[in-house]
Design a protein around this ligand. Structure first.
Ligand code: F6R
Length: 604
């Protein structure tokens, strides 16, 4: 976050950093210029630690940089925290991303006499700018950035050219806004939304020169760039906890609304069809698609796996779900009839973006399922469907995940009705999908039952989550939630795979969550549960309301309402989120900011 204007910079920077903090960080720092000198304060740990240090060292001045760091190069300590300065303490840099060629540049700079204070890749840029600096900061920044390889969102200030701050990006987000107070730049609109909702998103290779009254944008060769202003309609209120103990619980509870938003105006029940504005222009080309690949990371990739099942079922097109970090290191087979679907809540995930670049280079159609409007993926992919989930602040994804499932059903319905799916089947799916937000609400109303169950299982160290068919990816998602926020060794397993090895682990201390709604694979699931029970394993079943038989075999049962088999994953996900949430709270963990994790994974 950077600020230049008429007000005291420090409170604005701290407020902005706090609003960014959901992204995950392990240290933080600020640099403020008082018209004469730049003061730098950095701290490890939470922002509160930085604030405590600032009580002793208040920093007056109306220009400043603030940063929260998530360590990549160099350990977590004050020296490695940003901002980083050059040898003369003239130039100050904050950076998100990774400079891949920093080592070679560092050695060259050291050979020229530059002295480095930290182990970071970022500090190379401060010294490289120093090397080029002849009184004009933006020129020096441009010259330096031409030499840098990797990903960056950087903000730079120089004491010897103090009427501006410079921001530049390549593969790491940056957004600029102006208000009466001055000019702001941040990694995320949430950091500066309280000052203006009119944002300008920088694109790759762009440099912004921001003064207290205005800003200009150029490319790295100093050619001017025309920018459009995006109005962000998220209120600050929406980014607050809304009375819940944690953002994660708030976001779980928001799912009836977020699912309604994902479906709003998109279901044509009478025609048994989905209307997707962002795909309208592609309608003709989508008809000719004969192969689909779905690419995403982490939880979003599990939504992608669900997409594989649902689209093959509804549209009869071969689908392959992949993860972003593997996709571009394979040799994926493309032709002009291949559709690549990229799923990302943040729209900033480096591996997913890299996969998009690969797919675009090789040809074929690309579409996105993205939540954050104006994010890099949303802008680069060209076409797609927004989730409309609103801001997701907790690191563990919840409402964005269920809306990804809903959007994939919409896409399946759309492609299916272009092909083999009958109007009657389309109508039934549209009707049942329309009812899903209300069914999710019913599950949420019983959250206290899941809280009680969480007490019973809170001390368990290992968990399995098993499912079949549409609920197989949900077993992965349930296990991921337990890993992320409870630090439990949890694994998602296709129930049919148990007998091929994993069942060797089962004993009375090793519970299994079995997702077993009353569907076409129910009997198979019951056999798998029996195999676990025969080895003294405990079983928590997620079953369909009205199934009393399941109580005879499972130790505990969580009920979900009845719906179409292919829609059960949207429902079965919810108790898994709640179970992980309550276990995490009872174990005393930092639910919204679990250790070692970041909300936007902007590094490879
Ligand atoms: C899961 C989770 C992560 C993200 C993954 C992709 O709870 O939060 O696994 O799903 O990092 O992030 P996006 O969707 O922003 O690309």
């Amino acid at each position: 976050m950077g600020y230049i204007g008429k007000e005291q910079a420090l409170p604005l920077l701290i407020e902005g950093l706090r609003r960014h903090s959901y992204r995950g960080y392990d240290s933080s720092g600020v640099a403020v210029f008082d018209g004469n000198q730049v003061s730098l304060v950095r701290a490890t740990g939470k922002l509160e630690q930085l604030e405590q240090m600032l009580v002793r060292h208040p920093l007056p001045g109306s220009v400043g940089l603030g940063h929260t760091r998530w360590a990549t190069h160099g350990g977590i300590n004050e020296t490695n925290a940003h901002p980083h300065a050059d040898c003369k303490q003239n130039i100050f840099v904050i950076h998100n991303g990774i400079f891949e060629n920093y080592q070679i540049l560092k050695e060259k700079l050291q050979a020229q006499g530059h002295v480095f204070a930290s182990e970071t890749d970022t500090e190379v840029l401060s010294h490289l700018i120093e090397h080029f600096f002849k009184g004009n900061l933006e020129n020096a920044v441009r010259q330096a950035l031409v030499l840098m390889k990797g990903a960056y969102g950087v903000v730079v200030f120089a004491k010897q050219d103090p009427d501006k701050i410079i921001a530049a990006r390549l593969s790491a987000p940056l957004v600029v806004c102006m208000s009466d107070a001055g000019g702001f730049v941040a990694s995320d609109p949430a950091g500066i939304l309280s000052h203006s909702n009119k944002m300008v998103f920088l694109d790759d290779g762009e440099v912004a020169v921001i003064t207290k009254d205005s800003f200009t944008v150029t490319d790295l060769k100093n050619n001017p760039k025309e920018k459009t202003v995006t109005e962000i309609d998220w209120t600050l209120q929406e980014a607050q906890k809304g009375g819940y103990a944690h953002f994660m619980l708030k976001e779980i509870m928001e799912q009836p609304e977020s699912l309604t938003n994902a479906l709003r105006g998109r279901l044509m029940i009478g025609e048994g069809m989905a209307k997707l504005g962002g795909l309208e222009e592609l309608k003709k080309q989508l008809k000719d698609v004969n192969r689909i690949q779905i690419i995403a990371c982490g939880g979003a990739s599990y939504a992608g796996k669900f997409g594989e099942y649902i689209i093959e079922e509804l549209a009869g097109i071969p689908v392959h779900a992949d993860i972003g970090s593997e996709f571009r290191y394979r040799n994926p087979v493309f032709d002009k009839h291949t559709l690549s679907i990229f799923i990302s809540q943040s729209g900033e995930t480096a591996d997913t973006l890299a996969a998009l670049h690969e797919a675009k280079e090789r040809g074929g159609l690309t579409i996105g399922i993205v939540n954050v409007v104006g994010s890099t993926l949303a802008r680069e992919v060209g076409f797609g469907v927004y989730n409309h989930s609103g801001p997701e602040v907790a690191v563990a994804s919840t409402k964005a995940f269920t809306s990804q499932l809903a959007v994939l059903v919409l896409i399946g319905l759309f492609l299916g009705r272009q092909r083999q799916l009958s109007i009657a089947s389309g109508q039934q799916i549209a009707r049942e999908l329309n009812a899903i937000p209300g069914l999710v609400k019913r599950i949420l109303e019983k959250c206290s039952e899941i809280e009680i169950l969480a007490k019973k299982y809170k001390d368990v160290n290992d968990f399995w989550c098993i499912g079949r068919k549409y609920n197989y990816p949900i077993a992965w998602e349930g296990a991921l939630k337990l890993k992320e926020i409870c630090y439990i060794n949890a694994n998602g397993i296709a129930a049919g795979e148990l007998k091929h090895g994993p069942i060797a682990l089962i004993n009375e201390q090793f519970p299994t969550i079995a997702i077993c709604p009353s569907d076409s694979v129910y009997d198979k699931m019951i056999s798998n549960i029996a195999q676990i029970k025969a080895r003294n394993g405990k079983v928590i079943a997620i079953a369909t309301e009205g199934n009393e038989d399941i109580k005879r075999i499972a130790d505990d049962v969580i009920y979900i309402p009845k719906t179409l088999e292919m829609l059960t994953p949207i429902l079965s996900t919810v108790p898994l989120q709640l179970l992980a949430y309550y276990i995490s709270v009872q174990r005393g963990h930092d639910v919204d900011k679990p250790r070692n994790l970041a909300k936007s994974v902007t590094v490879e």
